[in-house]
Design a protein around this ligand. Structure first.
Ligand SMILES: Cc1cc2nc3c(=O)[nH]c(=O)nc-3n(C[C@H](O)[C@H](O)[C@H](O)COP(=O)(O)OP(=O)(O)OC[C@H]3O[C@@H](n4cnc5c(N)ncnc54)[C@H](O)[C@@H]3O)c2cc1C
Length: 415
């Protein structure tokens, strides 16, 4: 059997590694539009800050050789033809497959006029990040303007500040990381950003990048024009599905998949940021573009390709902020029928409960409770009797298990 994998990110690489772990004979061809060994995007900022390669090339730079994968770098897929079991490449060649895995990830989503102008940078791929960092280094001491204070925008702000730039972030919402954080946690993050000398303008909307041959400024909706040495778009991400147009493979926001991560076309699966799966807690269709989901989906796809009928349990929303000097963690919903809250300075724990079950939580300053809260949430444990324990700074799985054994928590072990 010949399996072709489009994309060598965490989803594609995990699919390849899992296939190879079970079967030495399967022929695997993996394609990447970029000229690098398979890498982990969450480690890009660390890579540029420290030069460390171990985390970015998370399976080793020689992983394709070790897995005996026919890895083709710098190769862009431009079309998929399910009826012929062929994929067409940008340079005119084609590749045949028996089974196909679409793991093409996501790209920048920036619906702002002028976005295509030279001089507008982003941080959505290693190629793009490298170009931005080179520009930042060349303009050290100059000014950077970042549109979007989402998770990636905040990471870029910290990175460019570390490179010695004066950084301003423009965000149209009333808080930083609006899709991830409730207002109170966002304010703690905002404070930490400002302490680092980053300027954040909330409630401010950009209308366009200005310039003819290159970006020369940003026009705000208020009419104000603002200039900088480096412009960055960090306004969101969108599944990489353009090359599937005309293939007949069903897409919505991402590639639509069923509970086994099969697309609408026979023998074709999708995994990672490109796949529109469903939320593990709510069952709603969603693209949760995070690393652990990509890895898990890559594994599930491979198992199904190998003939193990494996259902996907659903995607999670979970993210943590690195490099801020203040750990922050966001998991699941950011509101519930009830809110449990404890705060000591910048250490905040907020737990959202609906029908007696944890539906989400936000942690700042001290994230040591994340593991146990996450586990209670996924297991849908009734936490009615645990209210006070959940806010205890010493909360741990061990402590809860001890309570349960003594019959003090109201929780059954394994509940
Ligand atoms: C700066 C940054 C920080 C992040 N931090 C975190 C974090 O802290 N925690 C977390 O959980 N998640 C984080 N994420 C998200 C996480 O990186 C993604 O969820 C994950 O990389 C998705 O993996 P993937 O394999 O689906 O896609 P990707 O990693 O995007 O890989 C897709 C690959 O497909 C290739 N490709 C696309 N189209 C084509 C084509 N037509 N032909 C050939 N190849 C193609 C691309 O070049 C790319 O290499 C971060 C992302 C970024 C950008």
């Amino acid at each position: 059997m010949r399996v072709a994998i489009i994309g060598a990110g965490p989803a594609g690489l995990t699919a390849a590694e899992t296939l190879r772990g079970y079967d030495r004979k399967i022929e695997i061809v993996m394609l990447s539009a970029e000229p690098f060994p398979p890498y982990a995007p969450p480690a890009m900022a660390d890579y540029f800050l420290t030069g460390r390669k171990e985390t970015i090339f998370w399976k080793g730079e020689d992983v394709a050789r070790r897995l005996e994968v026919d890895y083709r770098e710098n190769v862009r897929v431009v079309a998929v033809r399910p009826a012929e079991k062929r994929i067409a490449l940008e340079k005119g060649d084609a590749i045949e497959y028996d089974r196909l895995v679409i793991a093409s990830g996501s790209s920048l989503y920036a619906p702002i006029p002028g976005r295509e102008l030279p001089g507008v940078y982003d941080f959505k791929s290693l190629s793009a990040a490298r170009a931005l960092v080179e520009r930042g280094k060349a303009k050290a001491g100059g000014k950077a303007l970042i549109l979007g204070a989402g998770f990636i925008g905040v990471e870029i702000a910290i990175l460019l500040r570390e490179l010695g730039m004066g950084v301003t972030v423009i965000e149209m919402a009333d808080r930083v990381m609006p899709r991830m954080l409730d207002l109170e946690t966002a304010e703690i993050v905002l404070g930490a950003m400002r302490e680092r000398g980053i300027t954040v303008r909330l409630g401010t909307k950009a209308a366009a990048f200005l310039g003819k041959r290159k970006a020369t400024g940003v026009q705000l909706e208020s009419g104000e024009r603002t200039r900088a040495d480096v412009y960055v778009a960090a306004t969101g991400v969108k599944p990489h599905v353009e090359f599937l147009e005309g293939s007949g493979i069903e897409t919505g926001w991402g590639v639509r998949v069923d509970g086994h991560l099969r697309t609408s076309a026979e023998g074709i699966y999708a995994a990672g940021d490109v796949a529109e799966t469903f939320d593990r807690m709510t069952g709603e269709r969603y693209v949760h573009a995070i690393f652990p989901n990509a890895v898990e989906q890559g594994k599930i796809v491979a198992l199904n390709l190998l003939g193990f009928e494996t259902r996907y349990a659903g995607a999670e929303t979970m993210n943590s902020l690195k490099h801020l000097g203040l750990p922050v963690m966001a998991v699941g919903a950011m509101a519930g029928e009830e809110e449990l809250r404890a705060r000591h300075g910048n250490a905040l724990r907020k737990i959202f409960v609906t029908n007696g079950r944890i539906v989400g939580f936000r942690l700042a300053g001290d994230i040591s409770a994340a593991g146990v809260l996450h586990s209670l949430m996924l297991r849908r444990t009734d936490v009615g009797a645990l209210r006070n324990r959940l806010l205890d700074p010493r909360l741990s799985a061990g402590a809860l298990a001890l309570d349960a054994m003594r019959g003090e928590s109201g929780m059954r072990i394994g509940a």
